[in-house]
Design a protein around this ligand. Structure first.
Ligand code: SF4
Length: 373
């Protein structure tokens, strides 16, 4: 049986962060009960597949109440899970309780991803986060005391009023806690968010400063035993996020819940984003798919390159041939040669990957891998 990764979306947040453009909503608690009912119904559609990883993301999954978590736990019991499954849930400080963590443990969750973003309360407030730094520490310690041995912490740099010193302090403080994994993203002003109206590029740290922050992140984390395995992700040895690697390796995943995306057997699907409509669709027809598209061979080739080159060890030349029946150099020879000469792309045995310099301008390089017909 083919294995698949499973993503489960929880669209509720206590409060909407000012920079966030994810499909998540505040003040929608009234929909929680019916949403979970629909979600549990949709989960049944995966019971004939072997599930290799589960990622419950959002939104703020730990904002679900105990009753909702219990129902979710029950619905997952019917799934056929791989023996060494990685099972992650995202949570935000201020929404953790021991009772919730206990249910999550019983559900089989073995990896927590905690959203912190910065170690300075002043910055957290600016971002519109619901928590301060101390409440993050309480949540982290609570998770450790409940036996969670694999924890990721999300951080952000390039924030308004964030200095290089502040970013260094955040990294140093977090590394002292010894988490297994760190995700470090630079802020992007997304259209439609309050941040987009409040700030313009000139209110943010300059491009040079952001690039220095990124460079500091890589050097500092490497010196502390965290290996960079993707543009924004660092982990201790063998503790990379297996679920996210499924996306970057262009493998099968099924997304459940409002606004969730799937990629299965070369077909991309998207679920209804509106929570109310999602519930109605699932309860009425058993699914909430509003869009599906069969990738062409060219789409798959581009995505394989786009996503694969985000990884520090890039892509396998042999795998390209095996998947697409073509030699990578016949498809991309000129582009590869150009960037190889500029030391932006490195080829070593079977691997083709971006150099450190290449990663710094990865957006620019990756756009060259779009196949122009
Ligand atoms: S907690 Fe996460 S998903 Fe919710 S609003 Fe903030 S950034 Fe968005």
């Amino acid at each position: 049986m083919k294995e698949t990764a499973l993503y489960i979306h929880i669209p509720f947040c206590k409060q909407k962060c000012l920079y966030c453009d994810f499909p998540s909503f505040a003040n929608s608690e009234g929909l929680m009960e019916r949403y979970i009912e629909a979600l549990c119904k949709e989960i049944k559609s995966v019971c004939n597949k072997k599930v290799s990883t589960i990622f419950i993301g959002g939104g703020t999954p730990t904002y679900l109440n105990l009753d909702a978590l219990e129902k979710l736990k029950k619905s997952l019991e019917i799934l056929d899970l791989s023996k060494n499954i990685e099972f992650t849930i995202e949570g935000n400080p201020g929404t953790f309780t021991k009772e919730k963590l206990k249910i999550l443990k019983d559900m089989g969750v073995n990896r927590l991803s905690i959203g912190l973003q910065a170690a300075q309360d002043k910055l957290l407030k600016k971002l519109g986060r619901i928590h301060d730094f101390n409440s993050f520490i309480d949540s982290y310690n609570m998770a450790r005391s409940m036996g969670f041995k694999n924890i990721n912490i999300d951080l952000m740099f390039g924030l308004p009023d964030q200095t290089i010193e502040m970013w260094k302090y955040t990294l140093e403080t977090i590394v002292r806690l010894n988490p297994e994994h760190l995700s470090c993203y630079s802020l992007i002003l997304e259209e439609g968010t309050p941040f987009f109206n409040l700030y313009s590029e000139k209110d943010l740290p300059s491009e040079d400063i952001v690039s220095e922050m990124y460079s500091i992140t890589k050097d500092f984390l490497n010196s502390k035993g965290y290996f960079q395995y993707e543009i924004s992700n660092f982990s201790k040895q063998n503790l990379e996020c297996k679920h996210n690697l499924v996306y970057w390796n262009l493998k099968n995943y099924i997304g459940i819940g409002s606004g969730a995306h799937s990629y299965y057997n070369g077909i991309r699907y998207r679920n209804e984003t509106d929570v109310q409509k999602y519930v109605e669709k699932v309860m009425g027809y058993g699914n909430a798919i509003v869009e599906s598209y069969e990738n062409t061979k060219e789409d798959n080739i581009e995505e394989f390159m786009f996503l694969g080159l985000r990884k520090i060890n890039g892509i396998s030349i042999k795998e390209f041939k095996r998947r697409f029946g073509k030699d990578i150099f016949l498809v991309y020879g000129n582009i590869i040669k150009k960037y190889e000469c500029e030391n932006m792309i490195i080829i070593k045995e079977d691997r083709l990957y971006l150099s450190s310099r290449g990663i710094e301008i990865s957006n620019y390089i990756l756009s060259d891998f779009i196949i122009k017909i």
